[in-house]
Ligand binder design. Structure first.
Ligand SMILES: O=C1c2ccccc2C(=O)c2c1cc(NS(=O)(=O)c1ccccc1O)c(O)c2O
Length: 237
């Protein structure tokens, strides 16, 4: 039997507009981001897609994107599960900085290294920093040792995949049609796993915002086919 899984990256947020590292900062969608969510829903409706269960992060830009899609598809009643494990990569002390500020503080050379590395974390936040997640009660249940405060892409993959293996994979195997609305790097973790991709390959791979990515999986959750609804060429990644 073929299982259908849809991945959707949330649309533009206010800090995307300003080209700032967002990470776990809980910024909202911009009006354009809300429109991207509505367009994504229209593409899914046209394709005749429907769902039995949804998974998203605990960040409002993903939660609101999912909510807009549910509203457009008249599926507001669906069960929704929210987890920190689908949050965007944590960019540590870079969160809030734009390109100029990052280069000014850390130098072009360091930025160049960070851009190309799968294993290098950004500068981490110390617990006294107001941006440290220990101060946010939505993360209160997470053991301190697991709580990210600056992640390499490898770190993000490592904390996202358990949710795939323990939760989403079970839903798909149970025959549920699953919609996941999340972030560029947490979705990379799923795409990397599903495609058996190398670190080099996944770093080249940018999921466009607002375009549903459809996977058809076999009984063993191996991808038979995957394709975008709409036109990825015209989308900005
Ligand atoms: O500095 C980083 C960086 C630092 C630490 C971990 C990961 C990354 C990273 O993945 C990255 C970076 C810069 C840029 N481009 S940029 O230098 O033009 C840039 C810098 C700051 C904010 C937004 C920008 O577009 C990227 O495209 C990246 O993918």
């Amino acid at each position: 039997p073929v299982h259908t899984l849809v991945l959707l990256r949330h649309g533009q947020s206010q800090w995307n507009l300003e080209n700032r590292f967002t990470g776990w900062t809980d910024v909202d969608l911009s009006p354009a981001g809300e429109a991207e969510a509505r367009d994504a829903a229209a593409l899914m409706a046209e394709a005749g897609l429907t769902f039995d269960i949804c998974h998203t992060s605990v960040l409002k830009r993903a939660i609101r994107t999912l909510n807009i899609v549910q509203e457009q598809l008249d599926l507001l009643w669906l069960p929704v599960f929210r987890t920190w494990r689908l949050n965007e990569r944590h960019y540590g002390a870079l969160q809030g900085l734009d390109k100029a500020e990052t280069a000014a503080r850390y130098g072009e050379e360091q930025v160049f290294i960070w851009r190309r590395s799968y294993d290098t974390p950004p500068p981490v936040l110390d617990r006294a920093d107001p941006r440290h997640p220990s101060g946010d009660r939505r993360y209160a249940e997470i053991p301190a040792a697991d709580l990210p405060c600056g992640e390499s892409l490898r770190n993000t993959v490592a904390r996202a995949l358990p949710y795939w293996h323990q939760v989403i994979g079970r839903d798909v195997t149970a025959g549920k049609r699953v919609l996941i609305v999340a972030h560029g790097n947490s979705l990379r973790a799923l795409v990397m796993h599903l495609g058996g991709m190398t670190p080099e390959e996944i770093m080249q791979f940018n999921i466009p915002t607002g375009l549903p990515l459809v996977y058809e999986l076999d009984a063993a959750l191996r991808p038979l086919r995957h394709f975008y609804l709409g036109n990825p060429e015209e989308a900005e990644a």
